[in-house]
Design a protein. Structure first.
Length: 305
């Protein structure tokens, strides 16, 4: 048990790139972490970390030890999860990645409600509109709002989600209202760079079902649907947005929806997992909770009131 404690201290120092940061993260003193790492080095008889006044750096032996120790600690955690699952218990930490739009909107209440209902499970939530590497950054699950192939192996669909094209009434009055998606190329566009191909908007012919890609460009690009919404309200251009982000603006006339019959309805909110041999019981409980939460609250993500 002492060796495992020392290994965890060593991994905390490595992952947080220093004793001070590791102390803040773990809630243990810098001196105690230093003691554990020094005892680990004495136990195995090699130097794992070169210490300077400004930073820590792994030795060659430390690089090897870090990889194997990380694998071993993950296996132990999986073993503990399996044992807890057998007794119906779920405890521990879940690291969650989600878009800022998800966390800042009413959807984020699902995370708060889970924490209230499951006090034995800690949530470490990171909100970022950019790409996140789940494996390399150590996340247990990511919440994605996108068009994604529904695969039981890597993802679970939690709810349907519609996107829409909107523009301010002032912009349409100034430039005229387009009648077909192909005309979008003649209009300024506010671009959300989170989209997979953000320079091309995808439409679908309502009669033939044929895909209608349209190249777009504009003065304003942002990696946040909330910022894109603000730019659209300011009349900077047409915008492609999740429907729930602009729902109130459309209802109250601040924005106008365009090409409703041409919009695809294949997007959704997904829980995405890294490839792992064993999904911890707490993560499975978390995802089941979110799926039930969306169903219970009937958020009307695919249409306006």
């Amino acid at each position: 048990m002492d060796t495992l404690t020392r290994m965890r201290a060593f991994m905390a120092v490595v992952e947080n790139e220093g004793f001070s940061a590791a102390a803040r993260k773990t809630g243990r003193s810098k001196a105690l972490l230093s003691k554990y790492v020094r005892e680990l080095e004495d136990e195995i008889g090699v130097l794992l970390i070169n210490r300077t006044t400004r930073q820590v750096a792994l030795t060659a032996a430390g690089e090897v030890y870090m990889t194997r120790a990380g694998q071993l600690l993950n296996d132990i955690e999986s073993l503990n999860d399996a044992a807890r699952e057998a007794t119906g218990e779920a405890k521990g930490m879940i690291r969650v990645s989600a878009a800022r739009t998800f966390g800042d909107a009413h959807l984020g209440h699902s995370l708060v409600d889970f924490a209230v209902d499951h006090p034995d499970i800690s949530l470490d939530i990171h909100l970022d509109d950019g790409f996140v590497d789940l494996v390399n950054e150590g996340f247990d699950v990511a919440i994605r709002m996108t068009r994604l192939a529904d695969s039981a192996l890597i993802a679970r669909r939690l709810a349907s989600l519609d996107f829409c094209i909107v523009a301010s009434p002032e912009l349409l009055k100034r430039l005229g209202k387009p009648s077909h998606p192909s005309q979008v190329t003649n209009y300024p566009v506010v671009i959300d760079s989170n989209a997979r191909i953000f320079t091309s908007w995808q439409f679908r012919d309502p009669e033939t079902g044929q895909s209608l890609p349209v190249q777009v460009s504009g003065q304003f690009t942002a990696n946040s649907p909330v910022t894109v919404r603000a730019a659209a309200l300011a009349g900077l251009g047409l915008a492609l947005s999740p429907s729930f982000v602009v729902k109130n603006d459309v209802r109250e006339g601040r924005l106008v929806k365009l090409f409703e019959e041409y919009m695809e309805s294949e997007a959704g909110i997904y829980a995405v997992f890294p490839h792992r041999r064993h999904l911890p019981a707490r993560v499975r409980l978390f995802v089941d909770y979110l799926a039930a939460w969306f169903k219970k609250h009937d958020l009307e993500l695919t249409k306006e009131d």
